[in-house]
Design a protein around this ligand. Structure first.
Ligand SMILES: [Zn+2]
Length: 237
């Protein structure tokens, strides 16, 4: 009885967080550690259940690594990884990434992006899938808007530029960012209207803006959305 009481006294209660860092008890861990929980986008403190540890030592450990913790938090606030359980908005519709066993094509299924294969290949597979979907959607929209203007279809390329959402070459060839697929559909529609209008006016003249406005619902609102949210689109994957 005395022995049991002594044991209870020497094992401190496990706190929920230490200095603002979430604590995760682990029966396998033998010492303190800090790791990044990519899905939660935060740092987690591992509390070893097997070893005898004190709260003061744990607090000191967290404070010693404060700089690293804040660095990781800043980084994960910037990046939104493709991981199982994460939700993406594809053309405005929420889709949860789901890992499935065995082989199979990545596909959309009732609000889920189903991804087969090795878990470590999942981020790349999601990205490839989004690029393909982006190509389909952007090519179709570009052809539709070109035909409205009486123009033939133009070649479309899908890239990942960091400073622009699309471009139109002097030869009329179009380029778009695959990340537009993760924007609201009206924003994607505006970018296509913008680039297709450049096939007629290769400048930002008043006539260009008038033509662009006639090809999409609300160019001003979409431009505002991109100014305010564009950085977030760049954070995916
Ligand atoms: Zn332009």
């Amino acid at each position: 009885m005395l022995f049991r009481l002594k044991q209870r006294l020497t094992k401190p209660p496990i706190p929920l967080d230490i200095g603002g860092v979430r604590v995760k008890p682990s029966s396998r861990a033998r010492r303190f550690s800090l790791r990044v929980d990519a899905k939660a986008g935060d740092v987690v403190f591992t509390w070893p259940l097997k070893s005898r540890v004190s709260l003061e030592r744990a607090q000191r450990f967290v404070e010693t690594h404060r700089g690293w913790i804040e660095d990781q938090r800043r980084k994960s606030a910037d990046a939104i990884p493709f991981a199982p359980g994460a939700t993406l908005h594809i053309a405005g519709a929420p889709c949860v990434i789901e890992h499935a066993p065995g082989r199979g094509l990545t596909r959309l299924e009732e609000g889920r992006i189903v991804v087969h294969g090795q878990p470590e290949h999942l981020p790349r597979r999601v990205k490839d899938f989004l690029k393909n979907e982006a190509m389909r959607a952007l090519k179709r929209l570009s052809d539709e808007k070109a035909s409205t203007l009486g123009l033939p279809p133009a070649p479309v390329r899908i890239l990942d530029p960091k400073t622009r959402w699309g471009s139109c070459g002097p030869d009329g060839k179009l380029m778009y960012s695959w990340r537009l697929l993760l924007a609201p559909p009206e924003v994607m529609d505006y970018v296509v209207a913008h680039e297709v209008a450049h096939r007629v006016h290769l400048n930002h003249s008043r006539r260009f803006w008038a033509l662009c406005a006639g090809l999409t619902a609300d160019a001003a609102a979409s431009r505002r959305w991109l100014r305010q949210n564009g950085r977030r689109l760049l954070a995916y994957g």
